[in-house]
Design a protein around this ligand. Structure first.
Ligand code: NAP
Length: 367
């Protein structure tokens, strides 16, 4: 068997970083050889840096426990220690942008969860099932910066991933969507650790998440966009109106979605057709049999009271979009409830799937 690729995790001590560490423990292609975080954690053994805040309900992987945490602000420290990095840093946008570019400039590709580079024209914002073709902009990105081996690829916001695959499945099947109303009920883990104060979360709902509605309304247009002249040209539709709320759930973002098709009445799909499209949805990650790809990216539930975060978030190891309550909408055309695991599909495991796609497409050859 060929050797595993050595990888680094920036922000390894945080909520998403810890997920990366755990999910990569037995990964068939990647092995964590480098961990980095803030100067507060730098110099400590990983097990000591996370001693009182290891949030994953299992042991810290033995191969990582005794790695010394490095300062993520110095990209040069990673040279020769790992081939590429996952970025799960929580810092100012400009700082993250500069840092991710510094790693890429040192020849270390960055697979990022941060929002800083999501709007950079030549940076793909990937959900591998939907927009694998956006990998084509990486060549232009490298040329533009004069980067030889390094590049940046990012993930979209976690809340979108609850409903982007069902939306894409319909559009791809020939049912374009004109307008959508989305109300999200987002888990507390989405705010990192320690996140929202328990006093605000217990027995409560917070009807505001800073910056989240803007991301929900705009990022889908880039994800559904097409590559033109080395850049991603955003889609024009759908027009999205969203309300994002924080609810007392640990993991699993839920979204209530109503949508209107951009089609005459007699061309709109029936509920049965929609369900058929969703249950048969498969894409490149499934065709390539990527290790973290769910066999069924969209799982449809028929019970009146599903999906539920506690019961459904681990579907397909936390990588499925679970959809239920598909019904007619008296205002738009149809409505449904969708759920996905925010720190798995929406963050670390989604990032790992991006890296698997990049590897399968040869982007990590000759590093
Ligand atoms: P978090 O729990 O607050 O962790 C932040 C990480 O960044 C820690 O490792 C921290 O290191 C490090 N860090 C903070 N300040 C730093 C600095 N000045 N220099 C270097 N490292 C620094 O945040 P999170 O929830 O894991 O989120 C990480 C990223 O993923 C964010 O960009 C977030 O927007 C994105 N994201 C999160 C989710 C989610 O569900 N939580 C989903 C999708 C995307 P120390 O421990 O040393 O302070």
């Amino acid at each position: 068997m060929s050797e595993k690729i050595k990888v680094g995790v920036l922000g390894a001590t945080g909520m998403v970083g810890q997920r990366y560490i755990k999910l990569l423990e037995d990964h068939p292609w990647f092995e964590v050889s480098y961990v980095a975080a803030s100067p507060r954690s730098a110099g400590k053994l990983y097990k000591d840096a996370v001693a009182n805040r290891w949030l994953i309900g299992a042991e810290i992987p033995s191969g990582v426990q005794n790695l010394t945490v490095q300062d993520a602000n110095d990209a040069k420290l990673a040279i020769g220690k790992c081939k590429f990095v996952f970025s799960a840093l929580e810092m100012g946008k400009d700082e993250i942008k500069a840092l991710e570019a510094a790693y890429a400039a040192e020849g270390i590709p960055v697979v990022s969860n941060a929002s800083a580079n999501r709007w950079t024209e030549d940076v793909p914002m990937l959900i591998p099932e939907i927009n694998f073709s956006h990998l084509d902009v990486i060549a232009e990105q490298k040329k533009h910066h004069g980067w030889d081996k390094g590049f940046i690829a990012v993930k979209p916001n976690c809340s979108l991933q609850t409903y982007m695959m069902p939306l894409h499945a319909l559009i791809q099947a020939g049912y374009p969507v004109k307008r959508m109303i989305v109300t999200t009920l987002q888990a507390t883990s989405g705010a990192g650790y320690p996140g929202v104060a328990s006093f605000d979360m217990i027995d409560n709902i917070v009807p505001y998440i800073g910056g989240e509605e803007e991301k929900t309304e705009k990022e889908c247009l880039k994800i559904l966009g097409t590559v033109k002249d080395g850049k991603i040209e955003n889609a024009g539709l759908p027009l999205v109106s969203s309300t994002c709320t924080r609810v007392p759930v640990v993991d699993g973002h839920t979204a209530c979605v109503s949508l209107e098709f951009d089609l005459p009445e007699d061309k709109k799909p029936s509920l049965e057709e929609i369900e058929k499209i969703w249950t048969s949805y498969k894409s490149v990650p499934q065709e390539l049999d990527l290790p973290s790809a769910p066999a069924k990216p969209i799982v449809v539930r028929h019970e009146d009271n599903r999906p539920q975060p506690r019961r459904d978030r681990e579907t397909e190891k936390g990588m499925a979009c679970v959809v239920g309550r598909l019904r007619k909408c008296p205002v738009f055309d149809v409505k449904f409830v969708a759920l996905s695991h925010n720190t798995k599909r929406g963050a670390a495991m989604g990032g790992i799937l991006n890296a698997e796609l990049l590897k399968a497409k040869g982007f990590f050859d000759n590093l």
